[in-house]
Design a protein. Structure first.
Length: 119
């Protein structure tokens, strides 16, 4: 993983921030290996303060990669894997851990969305 990818914050500045080409330096073979082994995922961003993605106030993890291409998709920038940051599960959970106390107080939680989060 390049230093650039490690320095990219996982939290978006806003839900409307266009985050594209974050993983463009990653080789296609590395993408395929990461997907096959499950060692790494491709995260577009985390957004905080959502009240529409589940009960309570939520943190939403937006993954990249989707083959559906729905006509009225509200986040087509998550369709392409190269728009995601290659992220290990450890880094993603470390980021999420920062919000655990607030989520507990606000009866919230975590929603994994996409792209297609099951790729």
């Amino acid at each position: 993983m390049s230093n650039t990818q490690q320095l990219v914050p996982l939290e978006a500045k806003s839900p409307f921030e266009m985050r594209v080409d974050l993983g463009k330096e990653m080789q296609e073979s590395d993408v395929r290996t990461a997907l096959a082994t499950g060692d790494m995922g491709f995260l577009h961003s985390f957004t905080t303060g959502s009240t529409v993605d589940g009960p309570g106030v939520r943190v939403v993890g937006w993954t990249t990669g989707c083959h559906w291409r729905c006509l009225y998709c509200h986040n087509p920038d998550t369709w392409t894997m190269s728009n995601g940051i290659p992220v290990t599960l450890a880094r993603a959970t470390e980021e999420l851990r920062k919000y655990r106390h607030g989520l507990k107080i606000m009866s919230g939680g975590f929603t994994l969305s996409g792209g297609e989060p099951l790729i």
